[in-house]
Design a protein around this ligand. Structure first.
Ligand code: MG
Ligand code: MG
Length: 263
């Protein structure tokens, strides 16, 4: 189902998204060699609950945690665990907040200490591809315009666009229609309408685009075990301009203070 939102509903998603952006920043402060991914999850969940929200992912189809934490070759849906981050890793932190009956959803991929230049470039370009997609998320365009923008931006660098997982409508439910693939053809697919709220989330691989699911039923990793990056915003479709409802502002303040900026 596609649910078009009123301005009031979009404002409620934005309130949820503010808590989400700040929860991400609490995690960003701690991204360092030696920290376990379970510790990051705990901090995010506490922050969300302290701000009257609940973590959208926890319990969703049985998912066990507040964060999806996906390290290196894991693309998405990794579990927080006792794994200790190490220098040279990259870590995708994906989080959702449910507050005032509305969900927001966003993800950011961080370098842990110094990472290889080609991996750093993957982060920066995947981040850029998110904004290339968002630019096309305006009323009157089609879903294929968004996917085409992401795909054409990253494929020029030889990267892979994961096909098996896609963005989605979000708001009343964590996952609503329409699907938002990170590939596509211009002018194809459902038309974007004022009041749609979409999670746009490029999942981009350094090597081949093929992925496999681990036996835990959740974790998605690249088949060739090369790294993948993932960035996500929740946006509202408006006439003329996509409105980004989630925010990386708080994350980026932390990264700037820690000299970890990726873009
Ligand atoms: Mg997400
Ligand atoms: Mg999502």
């Amino acid at each position: 189902m596609i649910y078009l939102k009123t301005d009031e509903e979009i404002e409620l998603i934005k309130i949820s998204a503010q808590v989400l952006g700040k929860a991400h920043a609490e995690v960003a402060k701690l991204i360092s060699p030696g920290v376990t991914t379970k510790e990051l999850d705990k901090v995010a969940e506490e922050f969300i609950r302290d701000h009257n929200g609940s973590p959208s992912f926890k319990g969703y189809n049985g998912f066990p945690a507040a964060l999806c934490i996906s390290v290196n070759e894991v693309v998405v849906h990794g579990f927080p665990s006792g794994y200790r981050l190490k220098e040279g890793d990259i870590i995708s932190v994906d989080c959702g907040v449910f507050l005032n009956n509305y969900h927001s959803d966003s993800a950011f991929t961080y370098p842990v200490g110094e990472v290889k230049p080609e991996v750093k470039a993957l982060l920066k370009r995947t981040y850029e591809s998110l904004y290339a997609g968002i630019d096309k998320a305006v009323a009157g365009n089609r879903i294929g315009d968004v996917g085409f923008a992401v795909q054409s931006y990253v494929e020029q660098f030889g990267y892979g666009v994961v096909r098996e997982l896609v963005g989605h409508g979000v708001g009343k439910f964590l996952h609503e229609g329409p699907e938002v693939p990170n590939y596509g053809r211009r002018g194809q697919g459902p038309q974007l309408k004022e009041g749609m709220t979409l999670a746009i989330e490029p999942m981009i691989t350094l090597g081949k685009r093929s992925v496999v699911q681990e036996k835990d039923g959740w974790t998605i990793r690249t088949t060739d075990r090369l790294p993948a990056a993932h960035f996500e915003h929740t946006v509202a479709i408006r006439k003329g301009k996509a409105e980004i409802l989630t925010t990386f502002e708080y994350i980026e303040q932390v990264l700037a203070e820690r000299s970890m900026a990726i873009a």
